[in-house]
Design a protein around this ligand. Structure first.
Ligand code: BYC
Length: 337
């Protein structure tokens, strides 16, 4: 088993205690949150709090793992040995983030096997950004600059999330993501300042990746079903639109600096707000990619499913070995007594 959930049966039963949904308990829990308390794995918590954290953290873990695929496809085609080495190291980091987050989510009492099963059966989501193909080398730069860049903006506030294991995991993840973002920007900068063909490659990729990267922040605030409760519980610290705006404000000057054009004709600095006004996103595309990842989504899931199937014998062998070891320990202690 992967599970790091070390609860006893009695502790597991306690997780389902109906008293955790009583008005009295909800009020006391909210008071702890309002006072800035950090909630730890063994603390009593409302079912809704536990459920929404498992949902968000497992979705986050799945995104890290699925997100390895578009980059993984480029390992053999990276233009130089140095780029290949950097890319391999980055992808390993993403794997680490995924495993770290699965472990964090397991502290809430859901096993990794259950979370992976939810992904494979389509019950759990992963970020829509990974249902877009990465057909050019410039896309690998964009994944670092924009996708990791958006992830950082989203995840830095999560370092202050009320759930301790998630908040602590995010500190390390954000440090690594910040390196990823810089290596992506460096790839794009080199292309943008290279030959006219290289610059065109970077611009063409930016044109495709810009809007999907804005979609990483989720639906607009008026359509976000989890935001208000999750802000109240201090899982989220800012709304989807606030974080999206923050990302736009920080990214537009970076594009200008290297002579690339953000593909949004309505983008304009708003002196009064001290922020960029921007065009409306194509929300029908957002919802349709969430509902159906298309061919790219099917390919990503087929790779994941094959990885789970191909690794089964390793997990079974490890379990058989653990069983044998435990039986041997029992025999040894019996013969000693
Ligand atoms: N894609 O009520 P809302 C990375 C779903 S990867 C898919 O606003 P919430 C990297 C949402 O789940 C890092 N689904 O939800 C890896 C909900 O559906 P369910 C990825 C989306 O949770 C490799 C419904 O829409 N980062 O860094 O309050 C290489 C309504 O939304 C999306 C994270 O996962 C989407 N874009 O807010 C490079 C960060 N947006 O669950 C880089 C952690 C929304 O009820 N996650 N949905 O079925 C979050 O911060 C939040 O979950 C979200 C959404 C901001 C994404």
């Amino acid at each position: 088993m992967y599970s790091t959930d070390l609860r006893t049966e009695a502790e597991k039963r306690a997780l389902r205690d109906p008293a955790l949904d009583s008005v009295d308990f909800l009020e006391r829990f909210q008071a702890r949150i309002d006072a800035g308390d950090v909630i730890e794995a063994k603390d009593p918590m409302p079912h809704g709090y536990r459920k929404t954290l498992v949902r968000q953290m497992s979705q986050h873990a799945h995104s890290e793992i699925i997100g390895m695929q578009p980059e993984g496809n480029w390992i053999t085609r990276a233009p130089t040995l140095k780029r290949k080495l950097i890319l391999i190291a980055k992808i390993q980091d993403e794997a680490g983030h995924g495993l770290y987050l699965y472990s964090g989510a397991e502290t809430l009492g859901t096993s990794r096997a259950e979370m992976i099963n939810d992904l494979l059966t389509g019950k759990a989501k992963y970020s829509t950004i990974f249902n877009y193909p990465a057909p050019t080398w410039a896309d690998i730069g964009m994944v670092g600059w924009l996708v990791d860049g958006a992830a950082i903006v989203n995840q830095i506030p999560l370092c202050r999330c009320s759930y301790g294991p998630y908040a602590r995991a995010m500190v390390r993840v954000c440090k690594e993501e910040s390196f990823h973002q810089r290596q992506g920007y460096e790839i794009v900068t080199q292309l943008a300042r290279g030959t006219p063909e290289q610059k065109a490659l970077a611009q063409e990729s930016l044109n495709r990746v810009w809007w999907p990267s804005l979609m990483m922040f989720g639906p607009s605030d008026k359509d976000s079903m989890h935001s208000s409760q999750n802000v109240k519980w201090k899982i989220k610290r800012f709304s989807n639109d606030e974080l999206r705006q923050r990302f736009i404000d920080q990214t537009v000057p970076q594009a200008e600096k290297i002579g690339l054009t953000i593909p949004d004709p309505d983008l304009k600095w708003n002196e009064e707000r001290g922020s960029y006004d921007h065009g409306e996103m194509d929300w029908s595309e957002f919802w349709s990619v969430i509902k159906d990842g298309g061919q790219c989504g099917r390919d990503r899931m087929a790779v994941r499913r094959a990885a789970v199937d191909n690794g089964r014998w390793v997990r079974e062998a490890a379990q058989a070995y653990e069983k044998k070891k435990a039986a041997r320990a029992v025999r040894k202690s019996r013969s000693a007594s």
